[in-house]
Ligand binder design. Structure first.
Ligand code: NAP
Length: 260
């Protein structure tokens, strides 16, 4: 087991990639605090990881609200005694629109969840890990959209680029305390978030998500879309001892769709 008895917070653990990470972490022996806005999703993931034998707690919270973030970090330490791994995965897509038509509300909510939410969790995780004094792992889920601008997703791209550089900066600050800070950049991953964004387009074109992704302007060399398990494999590696000497990296997990 790669993560035996490590205590991990996973935000957005009630759906998609977060649910995939929770399932894999459970198999690797981690103890889990799952956080999400969606109580039904939290229950579903908690039932799955309990079946896999994991110790699990859930917390309904909005990662963009300081008090709520501080509350689930406090609950984690109160219940499990410490924190080893923090996976900042909760995120939203912006309402697709050209920048010149983007609303203030669409911009502000995307920044609040995808950038401020990750900042609040990185800060709380860093404080707890520094206080413990024996290292830790902070892993944030950005996107290939944080490396390449995608039309109609300008706030989303900006927040994901922000997560990448915020993580590189923090990696330099806490490296001497053996806390690693890394980012994963998924490509096209089959989750409710992606369906929510693309289904209207796909239905209008009479195609499937897989077909659309393979024919879209940005080809996938490995010739398939990704699944939460693909991202979970990379996050598990970054959380494990095998990644001891890696920090400040933003790693693509996209079937080769993004290469820089
Ligand atoms: P998802 O299936 O929608 O899962 C995200 C979960 O986070 C949902 O349960 C959502 O709850 C929750 N959430 C949203 N806002 C929150 C908040 N403020 N506080 C707490 N929880 C919140 O999406 P996903 O595709 O797995 O995305 C996970 C991460 O991967 C995101 O950061 C996303 O940007 C990134 N990503 C995804 C893809 C992709 O192709 N799927 C590609 C690149 C990057 P609700 O359902 O109630 O909103």
């Amino acid at each position: 087991m790669l993560l035996k008895d490590r205590v991990a917070i996973i935000t957005g653990g009630g759906s998609g990639i977060g649910q995939g990470v929770a399932g894999r972490f459970a198999k690797e022996g981690a103890k889990l605090m799952l956080v999400d806005l969606n109580p039904a999703g939290l229950e579903e993931t908690a039932a799955q990881v309990k079946d896999a034998g994991a110790e699990v707690e859930t917390f309904e919270a909005d990662v963009s609200v300081t008090e709520q973030v501080e509350a689930f970090f406090a609950k984690t330490v109160e219940h499990f005694g410490r924190l080893d791994i923090c996976v900042n995965n909760a995120g939203i897509g912006n309402p697709p629109a050209p920048l010149v038509q983007m609303t203030d509300e669409g911009f502000d909510r995307t920044v609040a969840v995808n950038l401020r939410g990750v900042f609040l969790c990185m800060r709380a995780a860093g404080r707890q890990m520094l206080q413990q004094g024996d290292g830790g792992r902070i892993i944030s889920v950005a996107s290939q959209a944080g490396k390449t601008g995608f039309a109609f997703l300008s706030p989303y791209c900006a927040t994901k680029a922000g997560v990448i550089l915020m993580s590189k900066a923090m990696a330099k600050e806490v490296g001497a305390s053996n806390i690693t800070v890394n980012v994963v950049c998924p490509g096209t991953i089959d989750t409710p978030l992606l369906h929510g964004t693309l289904d209207p387009i796909i239905e209008a074109q009479g195609t499937t998500l897989e077909e659309w992704a393979l024919k879209s302007g940005s080809p996938i060399p490995l010739n398939r879309i990704g699944y939460p398990r693909d991202v979970a494999n990379l996050i598990t590696f970054l959380a494990s001892d095998d990644a001891d000497y890696m920090t400040g990296q933003a790693i693509n997990i996209s079937g080769g769709q993004e290469m820089h």
